[in-house]
Write a protein that binds this ligand. Structure first.
Ligand code: EZ4
Ligand code: CO
Length: 403
């Protein structure tokens, strides 16, 4: 089965998405997500200008060989742009192979290891009382796990917290917005938040929190220790992970489980954290970590060290990525949890999909392939709009900080 055409589809049904479609001489087509938030056109160019010419005429069934060809052949290995482009090709080829077999993708990944995929939802609030209400509302909807983020008193805008009644979208400016940060205020505030949440929702609900890389290792250790009585499911991105040894400091002081990896793009980023058991959940996604082929390799390394998966699933990962992630999550032995932030109605209309959400769980559906398609006519009605993730500055003197 030969690849005869491939093209990128860029659209903005509320936010930007880049999708790769691959067509074959047997009439089967597949799609993959190539969205890199705030840098979308760089991946579109990487695909259009550098990858697509190499795909034409190749055997669509040779997924592993194509992965190695694009990874090794580039000479310039790794990086989010390259790996998102490779991921899109890989996901589209898995979609085609599963359609050719007339099977849902999870059957090709070893079949279902579980009935359904555990999700965590997002609760955001303008203060502690509001956030507690939001967590309780999601619990009442049937969610078994909820991530809670809360505005911090005195800080104007905080990354990861929605303002007003708008659904939360971090890439919100035609130029990067500027947010405030103050670690001391945050460190005093968050334990009160989780104390209040636990008192309201009881001990069974899984609670998660995302630090968004904003603490130093010793500050993160302090937060992990202060949160121990509230029994978190995980504390995410407590400190920037470019330096894996920073996590030794956190681990030395706390038993709060740690999750890292949404900004990683290869197994090499994950290797020290996993092999030294410095984390409990690996957050790499299908789109940003080289597709199904490479994510499976990361999960297998993680399994050796009792680390479980916790795939990134924010709304800047398209429904195509969500579909692929749910097949992966249903099949992989060491699945942990899947992030779920609902896409807008406009986005769902552009990307019709077989997956469904119920009672805090998801199922990828049984359509052949990954079960997600793109309505190109509708997509064309939503042209690309430049949008950036914000930067973060310390309150007081305006020093640039981590997110
Ligand atoms: O900052 O998806 O856990 N989720 C997150 C997200 C990420 C965005 C970046 O594009 O941290 O909000
Ligand atoms: Co995160």
């Amino acid at each position: 089965m030969k690849i005869v055409a491939a093209r990128t589809i860029v659209c903005c049904p509320g936010r930007n998405f880049v999708t790769l479609q691959i067509d074959t001489d047997e009439g089967l087509s597949g799609i993959g997500d190539a969205t890199l938030n705030g840098r979308e056109l760089a991946v579109a160019s990487y695909l259009n200008d550098h990858v697509i010419p190499c795909l034409l005429g190749r055997d669509a069934h040779r997924i592993e060989d194509t992965w190695q060809y694009l990874y090794r052949g580039a000479y310039w290995r790794r990086g989010p742009v390259t790996m998102s482009a490779i991921a899109a090709v890989d996901t589209a080829l898995w979609d085609i192979k599963a359609k050719a077999a007339n099977l849902p993708l999870y059957q090709l990944l070893g079949g279902a290891s579980r009935e359904r995929v555990l999700l965590y939802a997002h609760a955001n609030g303008r203060d502690i009382a509001h956030t507690v209400d939001e967590v309780a509302r999601l619990q009442a909807q049937g969610y078994r796990a909820v991530r809670a983020q809360c505005a911090v008193p005195g800080l104007d805008k905080v990354y990861g917290v929605a303002s007003g009644a708008q659904p939360y979208e971090p890439a919100d400016g035609a130029l990067p917005a500027e947010h405030d940060w103050d670690s001391a205020v945050y460190l005093r505030h968050i334990p009160h938040l989780f104390d209040a949440i636990r008192s309201r929702v009881g001990s069974e609900l899984h609670l998660l929190h995302d630090v968004h890389h904003r603490l130093t290792p010793i500050e993160a250790a302090r937060l992990g220790r202060d949160l121990e009585p509230m029994r978190l499911f995980w504390l995410e991105d407590p400190t920037p992970a470019e330096d894996p040894r920073a996590f030794e400091w956190i681990r030395r002081h706390t038993t709060t489980p740690l999750a890292v990896g949404e900004v990683f793009n290869t197994i090499w980023d994950c290797q020290p954290l996993i092999e030294q058991r410095l984390i409990d959940y690996i957050r790499c996604s299908v789109v940003h970590a080289g597709g199904i082929t490479h994510l499976k390799r990361i999960a297998d390394l993680a399994a050796l060290h009792q680390v479980r998966t916790g795939c990134h699933g924010a709304t800047d990962l398209s429904p195509v990525c969500m579909g692929a992630a749910l097949h992966f999550g249903l099949a992989v032995a060491n699945f942990g949890i899947q992030e779920h932030m609902p896409h807008s109605a406009d986005t769902d209309a552009v990307f019709p999909h077989a997956y469904s959400f119920r009672d805090g769980y998801a199922h990828p559906g049984d359509a052949p392939g990954h079960g997600v398609t793109v309505n190109e006519k509708l997509a064309a009605r939503y042209p690309y709009r430049r949008a950036y993730l914000p930067v973060n500055r310390l309150r007081g003197d305006g020093t640039l900080w981590d997110w």
